[in-house]
Every structure is written in C-alpha cells, then in structure tokens.
Unconditional design. Structure first.
Lengths: 238, 409
C-alpha cells in the first residue's frame, strides 16, 4: 500500500482559537490510484492532503507511507521523501519569481543527492517539450500564462519521477481550456503509473479521477469509485 | 548540497534580486566606508596639529593670556579674547637669565596689494627676535628691528610666496605695498620654508608689533608671547621665573589667581593631544552612528523581504529542502553580500580618506593619510555581523515553520 492513514486527527490554533480540521480519518491509497478529495471549504480536505504530503504535521494517528511508519521519521528524512517520492502541484503554482522556467523546474534537484545532472536536465527538457513549454524555457514565470505556469509546475513536480503526485486545486486558478489541459496531463500521468491525490471542489474535475473521497467537518462521509470516469480530453463542463 | 552548488545558487539568487542585494550591500558599504574615512580624518588632523607644535621646537615657552589649570587648555585656545598680556611683559621676560629670544604676537587678516595685484594674507605683528624664536630666517633684505617697533615704522617683511604672488620676478625690496590701505615698505623677504602648517609661513607678512597694534588693530594687548630658552633643562626654572615676573607686573598676590598661562611646548603638546583625542573620540562616535544607520538599513531590507522569502522557504521545503539547506543558503547569501559590501566599503573608505589627504595637501598642509586597522576591523565585523544576524534570523524563523505554514504567508 502506498498510503495508509489510521485515525488521523489534526488540531491547530486559528487566531488563538483551537480548531479541529480532521477528526479521525482512515484511508488507503494504492499504487497507481487517482483519488480526488472533495468537500466544502473548511471540510479539512486541504489539511488532509498536506498531511499526506508531509507539508503539515498530524496531531495524532498513524501514517504509513510505502509501508513505513512515518511517526519515526525526523524532518530531514521527511524532506527527502518530499524531494524524491512526492511531487506537488499547487493552486497558485508557487514558481520562484524572476527565475527562469528551466531553473524552476530543476529546483527540486538541487536538494537531491547523487544526481546524474545530465540525465535530469535531459528529462527536464523532454518533459517541458511534452507539456509544450519548449519555447518558454528561459522565460521568468510572470511572462507565462496561468496554464503555462501550471504546466511548468507539473514538470517541476515530475522532475524526480515521484511515486505520488499531490495536486491542490490544480485547476482552481485556470480558465476552462487550461484546466482541461492540466487534467489531461494528470490523467496521462496516472496512466503511466503515477499515483495521484487531488483536492478539488469541482465535481467534473473530480470525475476525472478514479475514486472520489468526500469530507465534511473533518471526517470522510463517502468514498466511492467513479462510475463514469470523465476523460478530460472530451472536455469539462464548467 | 555541495559547496560549489551552494556558491552557484548563491550567485544566482543574489543576481536574481539585484536591487535587494545592492541595497543591502549599500548599507554595509556606507557604514564601513564612513567609519574608515571619519577615523582617518580624525587621525590625520591630530597628526597635523601635533606636527605643527613639534615643528616649533621644544625649547619654547608659550605665554597665553587668561588663567588655566594644568590639564585644560587656556580660554585663549578657544578664541576668547583676553587683554591682560602686554608688549611690556615681553620686554621684561626677555631680561630673565635663560631667555635668549622673545616675540610677542598679534595677528590679523588683511588685503595686500602691489599695483594691480591683490591678495588676502594673514599678517603678524611680531618682535625682532621672531626668526630666532621660530627657527626661521630672512632670505633677502633684513628682518624687523627694534627701531621699527619703537617708531611704529610702516615696514614689512614678506613670506616667499607673498613675494611671488605680488612681485613675480621683480625684486620686492624697497617697494611699497598696501595692507588694508596702509602703505608699508618691504624691507625683507623670508626664506622659503615649504608647505605645511595650519598657517603657511610662506604666505604670511610680518610687521612691527606696535605698528600692528596701534595702526592696524587699535589694541593695546598681545595675543600671546613665545620665548626661547637656552637649554632644555632650564625650561622649568624659566617657566617659574616667567610666572613670578608676570604675577609681579600684574599685581597679583595669589599665584593661583594668575591671569595668564605659561606652558612649555611639551605641555602644549600634551594638551593638544588631549584636545585632539577628544576630537577623535567625537568623530569615532559619529562613525559609530553611521555604522548603526547602515546596520538598520541592512536590517530593514532583510525584514522587508522576509514575507516573499518565507514563501520561497516554504516552497523549497515542500520540494525537499532540509532546514540545513535553507540555513546554508541564507548564510551563504548573507555572507557573500556582507563580505562583498565590506570589501567595497573598505575600498571606498580608503579612497575617500586618500582623496581628503590629497585635497588637504593640495592646499599646502602636510596631511598624512592614516588608515587605522582597528577601524577597518571594527567596521567590517560590525557590518558583517549585522548582515549575518539579520540575514539568518528571519530565515531561521521561517525554516522552523512547516512547509505549509511558510507557503501560506
């Protein structure tokens, strides 16, 4: 099992008020799955994904990643997992300003030890080519459209060939055409074997996944396979 | 990350944010350069003043009007005019056993003109033994005589530069010049002494003391008296004798209430040292303030960019940077910026100091370029320290956040 969560809770202070985001979430994600997490804002869906991606710490519960108990791992070890096994796609792209697309895409690799530099650069150019960004390689992010920026962010997420891709509202800032392109890319990545966990509040985006988990008030209220999986290339209803 | 990789990233990060990097470095450059230049000016001024006093010779006794204690400078040193010292005092002091030459002084500034040539000079009313007292000599013609003093003669001995200025190639002797519209006959030209001194000797004109008092200034007192003692070991007894005779002449019974100060050159040197030391300390404080201002500048830039950089730190952590990587990155960036800024600051500071020295020398003073290593060291340590602390502190705080918290900022 790639991800195994057992009774995860998360409390935090919101403006000094103790708040509970997750109230005991248990969840398994296998290799090669494509899971969409849905829910209203405040349902805890983003928090859940951040905990899955080690961007945030759980308050209690157990988390097995790749069959290892993450409770024993220190920050440095978790950073390594984020670097080599997980790729992140954010709603706001989070590309470094004033930094060329190629440098942005290669950013994770400066934290990867024992790397074949030539091979990783070759891979970067290949991925950029595949996502139709070859002509943007030396541009800074602010000269790219939103869709192009998100595609660059996807290349960055894929640069270390991660087991798991986490996408937090990947289409949230995009127009429908760009959103559709991004979903097409995610689907083809999934077809190639990357497990994907995606947070979204849009039903048709979620239906591009194979499985939809719905949260409300920090608990899972439904977890079902998508009956009629939507193929992004056929278009999204926005 | 390997060292080379860190350096490469640092160079890229700094060049990506040129404005921010330059502003940070500017703070350091200004701070370091200001400290070096200001301290250099202080030291140079001190050297200049002390060299002047030393140049007068050590066998001199100076008599200033107004009382003073042993440590502090007399009031006259601050430009306060005291009228207790007279020409006749000088004549009496001259009669003392160890005194071999004496001159009383009054000074003024006036416009000297010869035909169509006009220039401003300092003139001194002095006594005939002035050349002996001041270790100087007449080049051509003669110096002032006692007759000139007694008869209020309108004769003048001019400095070599004055001769050049007013007469060019002509022989100045026996010619008539006007000083503040009073006609004087040139009787001598001083030997050239070369540049140097707060008052360039070559640019002075000397007229009889009493002529200066009565005709030029309309006063009855003298500004100060200098007496030359035969041997160095006689300076102390001579000072006592001078004091006694002045107390007697000024009808003062209590020696502690004298209206004059008698000092040897050595004592004057000490006092001058203490004055210039205070000046240096004051300048040091000014330099310190500029360093603090520079430091605050550095601090501000570092803090202003912290939000943007917190997000960057969050992202870097999210994609795999360890806390150590973040700290190393910021340490390297701050270190490079502060060191480069420090080095530029040193260069700029030395250049400014050298420019000041050159400029002052151009005006005829023997100003030495003095660069104090301790000022360089202090300035660089302070600036680099501030840069490192305020470069690392926000980065350290941000690196302790979880990636998500940092990204949300």
């Amino acid at each position: 099992m790639l991800i195994k969560l057992e009774n995860i809770t998360k409390n935090y202070l919101d403006d000094g008020e103790p708040t509970t985001a997750l109230r005991g979430v248990s969840l398994n994600v296998a290799e090669g799955e494509f899971v969409a997490i849905m829910g209203a804002s405040g349902s805890g869906k983003s928090t859940l994904m951040h905990i899955i991606g080690f961007l945030d710490k759980k308050t209690s519960g157990q988390y097995f990643f790749d069959n290892e108990d993450m409770g024993d791992f220190d920050d440095a070890k978790l950073a390594e997992i984020r670097n080599q096994k997980i790729g992140f796609i954010f709603q706001a792209y989070n590309l470094l300003a004033r930094t060329s697309i190629i440098d942005n895409v290669l950013l994770p690799t400066i934290y990867t030890p024992h790397l074949d530099k030539a091979a990783v650069e070759k891979r970067a150019y290949e991925l950029l080519g595949r996502l139709k960004l070859s002509h943007r390689i030396n541009f800074p992010p602010n000269q790219l459209s939103g869709g192009e920026q998100q595609r660059a962010a996807i290349v960055r997420a894929l640069i270390n060939n991660p087991r798991l891709v986490l996408a937090d509202e990947p289409t949230g800032n995009l127009d429908s055409k760009s959103g559709q392109e991004v979903m097409e890319i995610l689907q083809s990545l999934n077809d190639e074997g990357h497990a994907i966990v995606m947070v979204t509040h849009e039903k048709d985006v979620a239906e591009c996944a194979k499985r939809i988990i719905t949260l409300r008030d920090g608990v899972i209220i439904s977890d079902e396979l998508v009956a009629n999986r939507r193929q992004a290339k056929d278009g999204l209803i926005r | 990350m390997r060292f080379l990789q860190i350096l490469k990233n640092t160079r890229r990060n700094l060049s990506l944010n040129k404005t921010r990097s330059l502003l940070t470095m500017l703070g350091i450059i200004i701070g370091v350069a200001a400290v070096i230049a200001i301290v250099s000016v202080g030291a140079g001024a001190q050297e200049l003043l002390l060299a002047q006093v030393k140049a007068m010779g050590t066998n001199l006794i100076g008599i200033l009007p107004g009382a003073s204690d042993d440590q502090g400078p007399p009031a006259a040193a601050f430009g306060i005019e005291i009228t207790t010292l007279k020409y006749e005092d000088a004549l009496e002091i001259r009669k003392l056993p160890h005194i071999i030459a004496i001159s009383a002084y009054v000074t003024g500034r006036g416009t000297a003109s010869y035909f169509n040539k006009t220039k401003e000079y300092n003139y001194s009313g002095v006594l005939p033994e002035y050349p002996t007292v001041e270790d100087t000599a007449v080049g051509t013609g003669r110096f002032l005589k006692q007759d000139d003093i007694d008869s209020l003669a309108r004769v003048v001995v001019i400095g070599s530069q004055v001769a050049k200025d007013l007469f060019g190639q002509d022989d100045p002797l026996e010619k008539q010049i006007k000083i503040n519209q009073v006609v004087f006959k040139v009787v001598g030209v001083m030997k050239e002494r070369g540049g140097g001194g707060l008052q360039n000797q070559d640019e002075q004109v000397f007229i009889p003391l009493r002529t200066a008092q009565k005709i030029m200034l309309g006063i009855d007192h003298v500004a100060y008296i200098r007496a030359k003692v035969d041997k160095e070991e006689n300076i102390d007894p001579a000072i006592i004798q001078v004091k006694n005779i002045l107390l007697f002449r000024h009808h003062i019974k209590d020696a502690a209430k004298g209206d004059f100060s008698v000092r040897s050159t050595a004592q004057a040197l000490d006092i001058l040292s203490s004055i210039t030391q205070a000046l240096k300390m004051f300048l040091g404080a000014v330099a310190g303030i500029s360093l603090i201002v520079g430091g605050i500048g550095i601090m501000n830039i570092m803090f202003v960019t912290v939000t943007e950089r917190t997000k960057e730190i969050g992202l870097r952590k999210a994609i795999g940077a360890k806390r150590r990587d973040i700290l190393l990155q910021f340490l390297a960036e701050s270190a490079v910026m502060t060191l480069v800024g420090g080095l530029i600051g040193i260069a700029v500071g030395i250049l400014i100091s050298a420019a000041i020295a050159l400029g002052v020398n151009y005006f005829g003073y023997e100003w030495q370029l003095i660069i104090s290593w301790s000022s360089i060291l202090t300035a660089v340590i302070m600036a680099v320290g501030v840069g490192l602390i305020f470069g690392l502190w926000p980065a350290n705080r941000a690196s302790l956040l979880s990636p998500m918290e940092a990204l949300r900022r």
